[in-house]
Design a protein around this ligand. Structure first.
Ligand code: GLV
Length: 326
């Protein structure tokens, strides 16, 4: 029997039930707000296993102060965890890849369409009673079919977006990646480009890279200035990949539009500078929030923790036996 902690109520209660059915003692934090470092330490006091969310910071200080040996992230992104510190301390880490790609690609396309075709602006206009009748130039937006999408990152989520927008909507697809993906080029009809070239060519730019030291601030003022006037930027990856101040300035000038599911610091509220701008569609970090997807994530996070607690390699390891493996 191990002592485990879960930092939030999971969308599928079966996941925690399975941890308990395996004989483990499980403490579940029942608070939708992100846990502070002190709360995370209190929750995990005397516990070896942690099932956590992207909002939980599992850093070196936490690892030194706690007895946690196994970290199961209920997310594919692991930027909330200091992987090197975990590897150094022999702490195992796992995540939830594979089960959320379609849901994330769907939300990317939803934000792209909402920003390109001004869906949220139209909704606000109607609700405010400002719609006076059919008009030939009301809320004109960007046509996606036949224009170019630039996919920054071509992992599983980027490929899902390419299937939807290139294969499905008839967009020309450029991708930016460290290495060529010849199989994807053949299967999806996408072409590799460097970042500057892709930004300058695209009507729509979508971000699909993990947050690392290399990608932090990848899209700054210079890159935003390269985008075509009227183009749309969609970020469903991690907020700090974009310089939010520079993006806010570009949106305020009306040069581009955006759809954002992630932010430099989350959550944001109504007083955030982005929240007053009409040409950005904002969602509260819900890219993986399909009902079926969230149940699969909870199940995989539980499977990962059950395996680690039994001393077995988890189904989706990120740090295992002192090395970062994914
Ligand atoms: C969510 O943001 C995830 O990384 O799964």
């Amino acid at each position: 029997m191990a002592r485990l902690a879960v930092t939030a109520r999971l969308s599928d209660p079966d996941a925690v039930a399975r941890l308990r059915a395996a004989g483990h003692d499980v403490a579940v934090r029942d608070d939708p707000r992100p846990a502070s470092p002190a709360e995370l330490l209190a929750l995990t006091a005397g516990r070896e296993g942690l099932l956590c969310l992207p909002a939980d910071h599992v850093d070196a200080a936490f690892l030194d102060a706690s007895r946690v040996r196994w970290v199961s992230n209920h997310a594919v992104g692991t930027d909330n965890i200091d992987l090197a510190a975990a590897a150094d301390r022999g702490v195992a880490v796992a995540n939830t890849p594979g089960v959320l790609d379609d849901a994330a690609a769907d939300l990317c396309v939803a934000l792209a369409l909402a920003a390109a075709r001004r869906v949220a602006e139209g909704d606000r206009l109607v609700r405010a009673g400002g719609w006076t009748g059919f008009s030939t130039d009301l809320l004109l937006g960007l046509d996606l079919a036949g224009d170019t999408v630039a996919l920054v990152g071509l992992g599983a989520i980027g490929r899902g977006v390419a299937r939807r927008l290139v294969t499905g909507f008839g967009m020309r697809g450029l991708y930016v990646a460290r290495r060529p993906h010849p199989d994807d080029e053949r299967a999806l009809g996408v072409e590799r480009a460097d970042l500057d070239e892709a930004l300058a060519a695209a009507a729509l730019v979508t971000l699909h890279v993990p947050l690392t030291a290399d990608t932090r601030g990848l899209i700054g003022a210079r890159e935003l200035a390269l985008m075509r006037p009227g183009a749309v930027l969609v970020n469903i990856s991690r907020g700090p990949i974009v310089d939010e101040g520079a993006l806010t300035a570009a949106l305020r000038e009306g040069r581009i539009a955006a759809g954002l599911d992630v932010f430099e610091r989350e959550p944001i509220g109504r007083d955030h500078p982005l929240a007053s701008l009409p040409n950005v569609v904002l969602t509260p970090h819900i890219a993986s929030a399909g009902r079926v997807t969230r149940a699969r994530m909870a199940a995989l996070a539980a499977d990962n923790l059950l395996a680690m607690a039994a001393g077995r390699r988890p189904p989706s390891p990120v740090v295992w036996e002192g090395s970062v493996v994914a």
